[in-house]
Design a protein around this ligand. Structure first.
Ligand code: SF4
Length: 438
C-alpha cells in the first residue's frame, strides 16, 4: 500500500518552522508521508513569510515553479502562513492554480481543507484566526526531534512597531495557560527531549494579557524544575519588556542557556522612536550591562534594520557605534522594506536602495570582524555540547550546539547523538567551531 506524499517548503522564522511541524503532524494522521522533493509529491505545501519583501518574493518565485508540477489533477497546491493570511483570496488573481489558502490561525483545519479541495475540486480558503494553541505532540503523537523541541507559549503581538507586519498577520497577543505549557513540556521530556525552546513573538510579555497567569520569569522557574530537562531557550524577546526578574533568571536557573537574542533594530534613539520600539539607545545599553553583570559569558545576538525611512548618516553611525561597543556574538541584519499596512510604509522619506545596500554591507563587515575576534577568543575553552547528529559536510564528525548556541563540530561516534559531551574548542570560524572531545 502506498501512502500519499507531501512536499513542504518553509520560509521565515522559528514560529513558522514550528507551524510547519504541526502541519506535518496533522497530515501524518491522515496518512501523508513527507518527501524531500516536489516532483512526485501528491501535496505541495508552502508555509510563507511576509516579514520582509525578500522572503515574500522568494515565495512567489517558488510558487511559479510549483505550479508547473501541479499538472495532474491528483496533485494539490496549498499555501499557508503569513502571506496567505495577508493576501487571502487575492492570491488567486496571480496564481489561480492554488487549491488551498490557509492562514496562521487555521492550521488545525488543513487536513479538512485538503480533503474538501480534493473531493469538490473547488478552492478552499480559510484565514480565520480560530486556532487555539496546537500541541507539539500533534495528532499522531510525533514530535519534530527526539532531542530538541519548540514549545509555543504565546502568539500574536500588540506592539505595532511601525515597520512590522506581524500584528496584522498573526493577530493580537495571546498567552497560553501555564498549566498546559508545563504538561506539554513534561510530555516532551518524557519523550526524550533534552532542550526546549519557548516560542512567541514577544515571550517577555507572557501572561500580561490574561489575569491570574504567572509572569514569564515565573514560568521559566517552573520549567527549570522539570526533572530530565537539560536546557531551556526562548525567543523572541522585546527589550522594553525585559524585566530585572528575567535578567536574574540568567544568573539563577541552571537550565537556562546563556544566550539571549535581543533585537536592537537601530542604535539611534530618534529612529527607535519612529519605529515605535519603546526604548532608547541608553536603555538598551543598560539592559546589556545588567545581563552581563549576572551572567558574564552570556552570548548576545540581535536583529538590525538599516535604511529605515528617515535614517540619516548620523543615525546609521550611531548603530555602527553601538555594534562596536556591545560586541554581539552574531547579528541578523536587513535592509528596510515596506510591508503592507505598516505606518513606516507610508513615510515619504525613504532611503535609496543603493544607500541601504551600502549601509548593510558596511555594518555586516564590522560585525564579521567582531564575531571572528570573539570566536577566536574561545579557542582552548571547553564547552558542553548537545550532540544533534552527524555533520552534513564530514561523515566522521558530529555536530551540536553549546549552551551559548555556538555550532561545534568534532570527531565522535554516532551513538553520542542526544548526549551532552565536553568538547575542547580547537579552531574558530565565522559561523562554527572545530573541537575535540575531552
Ligand atoms: S514586537 Fe514589534 S517587531 Fe516584534 S512582532 Fe511585535 S510588532 Fe513585530
Amino acid at each position: 500500500m502506498s501512502f500519499p506524499s507531501v512536499y513542504l517548503k518553509t520560509f521565515g522564522c522559528q514560529m513558522n518552522v514550528n507551524d510547519s511541524q504541526h502541519m506535518l503532524n496533522l497530515l501524518a494522521a491522515h496518512g501523508y508521508v513527507p518527501t524531500p522533493t516536489p516532483d512526485k509529491a501528491d501535496l505541495l505545501l508552502v508555509n510563507t513569510c511576509s516579514v520582509r519583501e525578500k522572503s515574500e518574493q522568494k515565495f512567489y518565485s517558488l510558487l511559479g515553479r510549483l505550479i508547473s508540477l501541479r499538472k495532474s489533477a491528483s496533485v494539490l497546491l496549498c499555501v499557508g502562513g503569513c502571506v496567505a493570511q495577508q493576501e487571502g483570496e487575492k492570491l488567486l488573481e496571480r496564481f489561480p492554480y492554488v487549491d488551498v489558502i490557509f492562514g496562521t490561525g487555521s492550521i488545525s483545519r488543513l487536513p479538512m481543507l485538503v480533503e474538501k479541495a480534493r473531493k469538490t475540486g473547488k478552492v478552499q480558503i480559510d484565514t480565520s484566526f480560530e486556532d487555539e494553541f496546537l500541541s507539539v505532540a500533534g495528532s499522531n503523537g510525533s514530535i519534530a526531534s527526539d532531542i530538541k523541541a519548540f514549545l509555543t507559549i504565546m502568539k500574536g503581538c500588540n506592539n505595532f512597531c511601525s515597520f512590522c507586519v506581524v500584528p496584522y498577520v498573526r493577530g493580537r497577543e495571546k498567552s497560553r495557560p501555564s498549566g498546559e505549557i508545563l504538561r506539554e513540556a513534561e510530555h516532551l521530556v518524557g519523550s526524550g527531549v533534552k532542550e526546549i525552546t519557548l516560542l512567541g513573538q514577544n515571550v517577555n510579555s507572557y501572561g500580561q494579557t490574561c489575569s491570574g497567569e504567572v509572569t514569564f520569569p515565573e514560568l521559566l522557574r517552573k520549567i527549570n524544575g522539570i526533572p530530565g530537562l537539560h536546557r531551556i531557550r526562548f525567543t523572541t524577546s522585546h527589550p522594553k519588556d525585559l524585566s530585572q526578574d528575567l535578567i536574574r533568571c540568567f544568573g539563577e536557573l541552571e537550565k537556562l542557556c546563556p544566550h539571549l537574542h535581543l533585537p536592537l533594530q537601530s542604535g539611534s534613539t530618534r529612529i527607535l522612536k519612529m519605529m515605535n520600539r519603546g526604548y532608547t539607545r541608553e536603555g538598551y545599553r543598560d539592559l546589556i550591562q545588567r545581563l552581563r553583570a549576572v551572567c558574564p559569558h552570556i552570548a548576545i545576538t540581535t536583529d538590525i534594520i538599516v535604511g529605515f525611512p528617515g535614517e540619516t548618516e548620523t543615525d546609521f553611525q550611531e548603530t555602527v557605534d553601538i555594534v562596536h561597543e556591545i560586541e554581539y556574538d552574531e547579528f541578523y541584519s536587513f535592509k528596510y522594506s515596506d510591508r503592507p499596512n505598516t505606518r513606516a510604509s507610508k513615510s515619504l522619506t525613504k532611503v535609496s536602495d543603493k544607500e541601504k545596500a551600502r549601509r548593510l554591507s558596511l555594518l555586516q563587515e564590522v560585525q564579521k570582524h567582531i564575531t571572528l575576534r570573539k570566536n577566536r577568543r574561545l579557542v582552548g575553552n571547553t564547552a558542553e555540547v548537545l550532540v544533534e547528529g552527524c555533520s552534513k559536510t564530514n561523515a566522521k564528525r558530529l555536530t551540536g550546539r553549546s549552551g551559548s548556541n555556538k555550532v561545534i563540530n568534532f570527531e565522535g561516534l554516532p551513538e553520542l547523538r542526544g548526549k551532552l559531551v565536553q568538547v575542547e574548542i580547537t579552531e574558530a570560524f565565522l559561523h562554527s567551531f572545530l573541537g575535540r572531545r575531552v
